[in-house]
Design a protein around this ligand. Structure first.
Ligand code: SF4
Length: 341
């Protein structure tokens, strides 16, 4: 009899992410016997985290904060898929169906922000998961984290595809009185086909834009990231223009965009998805993604197009005023591109 389930027989303390990784390594995700299966068919494994903030270098922010790992939104291009390997899980189905829940993260963050050494540096919230994926309605961890950041007078940028963020307008405003914060709603495209093909578990793009409208109307600093634009799916000028117009019509304070990049497990998953659903596109992706990004000339060509459209719909000025600090490397100005494919 394998001994790994003993990890979960030691009283009320939840396993750490390392415990989970060891358990999955020994017995696969079937060995996560405490993981709760919910109506969405995903399994939720509560874990104990030792730290809430993770330091990063060379980014426009200093720390990352992620209350969950894995994401039931299941976007096929998700760059966070590759991180699931840290838990001995695959970047495909298990990324979207086995979610780790850091059930003690709010208290841990509060203690970290209380330290005299804390410098109130910029925190990027939601870099490896969506903090407003459906399970947040149950755990309310993101809400608690925003409250803790407000008490700690710590600035943050939060990225999400979850309209549920409007639930927390009250705490976002409470935070805004204490420090700077920005909500980045991710809406790569308003094209319905691309949305259904690429982001199977997310809310409709217009629902996300209505959430942006609600945030902005309430006084929250909120805008949109077309992140990522996916060649062949959401990259035509017509689709990009429709998306930028819709973003402007919904009152976003800024818009940025970035091209899909493919690396490690994310690349493996995306290519399997293409082989399965759109095999005729495979040769084009292979040519375009010799490296993790498409060629620079290709990106620059459409970057110019996106800038023209930002200007046309009055979003360039709003962006310059509001989007100085962003929650991901893919959001650097030099990487804000679009596609003509
Ligand atoms: S919503 Fe964000 S974190 Fe979730 S799968 Fe999509 S891209 Fe990844």
């Amino acid at each position: 009899m394998a001994s790994f389930p003993l990890l979960f027989d030691l009283g009320p303390q939840k396993p750490t992410t390392r415990d989970v990784a060891n358990t999955v390594k020994a017995g696969g995700t079937a060995a996560l016997t405490e993981a709760e299966r919910r109506a969405d068919q995903a399994r939720y494994q509560e874990v104990t985290c030792r730290s809430a903030l993770n330091p990063v270098k060379g980014m426009p922010f200093d720390w990352t904060l992620n209350p969950y790992r894995g994401c039931t939104h299941g976007c096929h291009y998700c760059f966070a898929r590759r991180y699931h390997a840290q838990f001995e899980m695959d970047s495909g189905d298990e990324f979207a169906s086995v979610i780790l829940v850091k059930q003690n993260i709010v208290g841990v963050l509060a203690r970290e922000l209380d330290r005299p050494s804390w410098q109130r540096e910029q925190v990027a919230f939601g870099t490896a998961t969506d903090p407003y994926q459906p399970i947040e309605g149950h755990y309310k961890l993101s809400r608690g984290l925003i409250q803790a950041l407000a008490r700690g007078r710590t600035p943050f940028g939060l990225i999400t595809k979850g309209p549920m963020v409007v639930r927390d307008i009250d705490v976002l405003l409470e935070h805004a009185r204490a420090a700077h914060s920005t909500v980045y709603m991710s809406v790569p495209t308003v094209d319905e086909d691309a949305w259904q093909q690429l982001e199977p578990g997310t809310a409709h793009p217009l629902q996300r834009l209505r959430a942006v409208r609600a945030l902005v109307d309430a006084g929250v600093n909120a805008g949109v990231l077309m992140a990522p634009i996916v060649p062949g799916f959401s990259s035509s000028r017509q689709k990009i223009e429709r998306t930028i117009k819709a973003i402007a019509d919904h009152g976003a304070r800024f818009v940025g965009c970035n091209v899909m990049y493919l690396q490690d497990g994310t690349r493996d998953h995306f290519m399997r998805f293409i082989d399965r659903e759109f095999p005729a596109m495979r040769p084009r992706f292979e040519r375009l993604y010799v490296k993790k990004y498409p060629p620079e000339a290709y990106r620059k060509e459409v970057q110019a197009m996106v800038r023209v459209l930002q200007e046309r719909y009055g979003l360039r000025k709003r962006k310059e005023a509001d989007a100085e600090r962003t929650p991901g490397t893919a959001l650097h100005e030099t990487e804000q591109v679009g596609f003509a494919w």
